[in-house]
Design a protein around this ligand. Structure first.
Ligand code: FES
Ligand code: FES
Length: 172
């Protein structure tokens, strides 16, 4: 494999589409998604594997896309927030965020949504404590954590936690 330092050809599978990209091997997956593929849902905030704003799924697992090289993501299945609403219709989790008013500036939201997508796949009936621990890799500077918890609780597959979420909305 040509490792640069000049542009090299890399192959990515993003949102079920094969992409052939010419780029320097030093580019992160986040840079390639945003600057080469025009997928600007994932955000660059800390660029240091701290905030989670750049979270995407790589083979179904949450990954800070600012912290892996695009060249190392070849052969993996990459999913960005754009994959959740391909025709512009928000998916159920995105709708839950809207219903719970879980966003202010929105800069952290795509990362939270992707992180929560993977979290809920592994934890279909989470408690508040589960959510706080399981979502601790994503930070919101606007402090919308209560709304995010409510959104995730409303997605729970168990009647008990769904009822808690409903109760929370009534109180809110
Ligand atoms: S921008 Fe990647 S973790 Fe903050
Ligand atoms: S909504 Fe502004 S950083 Fe989270």
């Amino acid at each position: 494999m040509d490792l640069g330092p000049g542009p090299v050809s890399i192959q990515l599978n993003v949102n079920n589409q094969a992409q052939s990209i010419n780029c320097e091997p030093c580019l992160t997956l986040l840079q390639v998604l945003r600057e080469k593929l025009g997928l600007t849902g994932a955000k660059q905030v800390c660029d240091r594997a701290t905030c989670g704003a750049c979270t995407v799924l790589v083979n179904g697992k949450r990954v800070y896309s600012c912290s892996i090289l695009a060249i190392d993501a070849q052969d993996a299945k990459i999913e960005t927030v754009e994959s959740l609403a391909p025709d512009g219709t928000l998916d159920a989790l995105q709708q839950a965020f809207v219903a719970a008013d879980a966003s202010q500036c929105g800069y952290c939201t795509p990362g939270f949504i992707m992180s929560a997508t993977a979290f809920l796949a592994d934890n279909p009936s989470p408690t508040k404590e589960d959510i706080r621990k399981g979502m601790c890799g994503n930070l919101c500077r606007c402090g919308t954590y209560a709304g995010i918890e409510e959104a995730l609780l409303s997605m729970s597959k168990t009647p008990k936690t769904s009822a808690m979420a409903t109760e929370g909305r009534k109180r809110g």
